[in-house]
Design a protein around this ligand. Structure first.
Ligand SMILES: *Cc1c(COP(=O)(O)O)cnc(C)c1O
Length: 397
């Protein structure tokens, strides 16, 4: 049977999908190029979200296109009970960029799976199941991850299914008070993404480490959004002197747009794992490994984490200067190319105008923050254009 060609793509999606807000009937996206998405009919959108921070190399980067095409011609699936050359290459490359104490990984397909596995590993190491997370946290949508995600309305929907987790304010004393001898793990994002681009203080992060050490709990640093250059370094938590995590979930940018996640761990966790204690059919998929390897090679070749630090600092300074006297703007904050423009009122209408009037895509973070996560290859000219557009939509009433 010939499949029907949708007359209105948004209409079809709205009819067939049930868990997303309805789409507007604008022409669908048909191509990506650099930092731009191109709609049917030719409208171009500057994407300052990199698709939720995923497309660190922008869209259709030639190195990624070539690597995926070549790998698809050679081998597109290889189960984990058989060795595969490109998986081994990827494992070595990934180990080469991981900070101390990480030298092992579990490969999966998404951020929530990486968080879920990290929670399981923490339970195996400690023999405990209770976890602690921070207010305004976001760690994903599967059951374990959802229990550690702050949004009370979202959690309430599934309350009977969720494991025991407590939330604390991200301040050192609250964190130290919350961790006890029943705690399996404390999970946190070094810069909270979904919750409002909240940069955690060194004091809070080090208090988390101390409290975990004192009670034999594990520290899970969720770098799904902040990792791989986003915050101006390979891993955001390493900006805090002396901070080492026990488990580090990764996803989003590590696949550059191809579904890929990973849990990094070291000797302490490895000692508690046994063959069969965790698994996944798509783990170490050859296409995912080819994408992952290309992302690492390209981030290295173009020095993109360091570039995110310098370009991000300039963009932050520009935004602060441009918006300094704007009564609508409370502050501009963030690190590297993960920035938030904090408003004194809800951000939704301004985000909609950025898109409709300036063809620029940005994300909300909490009710009143405009979140910017541009591809790490973004040009200064594109960021200047973004600053002009933000200034315009936040200046007119
Ligand atoms: C996006 C995100 C996740 C979940 O990743 P998915 O791939 O959507 O499952 C987990 N943690 C953080 C910090 C994220 O930003």
């Amino acid at each position: 049977m010939k499949s029907a060609v949708p007359q209105n793509v948004a209409e079809v999606e709205n009819r067939r999908l049930g868990t997303w807000a309805p789409r507007k009937p604008t022409p669908p996206i048909v191509r990506g190029e650099g930092c731009e998405l191109i709609a049917e009919g030719g409208d171009r959108y500057l994407d300052l979200t990199a698709g939720y921070g995923v497309c660190c190399l922008g869209y259709n980067h030639p190195a990624l296109v070539e690597a995926l095409t070549a790998q698809a011609e050679r081998l597109s699936y290889c189960p984990m009970n058989i060795s595969s050359q490109n998986r081994a290459e990827y494992l070595e490359a990934l180990a080469g960029v991981l900070p101390e104490p990480f030298d092992r990984v579990f490969l999966c397909n998404s951020g929530t799976e990486a968080v879920e596995g990290a929670l399981k590993f923490a339970a195996l190491v400690t023999g405990r199941s209770r976890t602690i997370a921070l207010r305004d946290s976001f760690h994903g949508r599967t059951l374990g991850a959802q229990a550690t995600m702050w949004n009370p309305a979202a959690r309430r929907l599934y309350s009977g299914l969720l494991h025991e987790n407590v939330f604390v304010r991200p301040d050192p004393e609250a964190i130290e008070d919350a961790v006890d001898d029943d705690t399996a793990a404390l999970i946190l994002e070094p810069v909270q993404g979904e919750g409002g681009v909240n940069v955690l203080s060194d004091e809070a992060l080090l208090a988390a480490r101390r409290a975990c050490d004192r009670h034999g709990a594990l520290l899970i640093v969720d770098e799904v959004q902040t990792g791989f250059g986003r915050c101006g370094a390979w891993f955001a938590h390493r900006a805090t002197p002396g901070l080492e995590a026990d488990l580090m979930p990764l996803a989003k940018a590590i696949g550059g747009g191809f579904p890929l996640g990973a849990i990094a761990y070291g000797e302490r966790v490895a000692a508690a794992l046994r063959p069969g204690c965790h698994g996944s059919t798509y783990s170490g998929n050859p296409l995912a490994c080819a994408a992952g390897l290309t992302v690492i090679d390209t981030l290295r070749a173009l020095d993109l984490p360091a570039r995110a630090a310098s370009v991000g600092a300039r963009f932050l300074a520009t935004l602060r200067e441009r918006l300094a006297s704007n009564p609508l703007v409370r502050e501009v904050r963030g690190r590297g190319l993960m920035l938030g423009v904090v408003l004194r009122r809800r951000a939704g209408r301004h985000l909609a105008r950025l898109t409709s009037e300036h063809r620029i895509l940005a994300l909300p973070a909490g009710p009143n923050v405009i979140r910017l996560l541009p591809p790490l290859i973004v040009s200064m000219a594109e960021l200047e254009r973004a600053a002009d557009a933000l200034d315009a939509v936040l200046s007119e009433e």
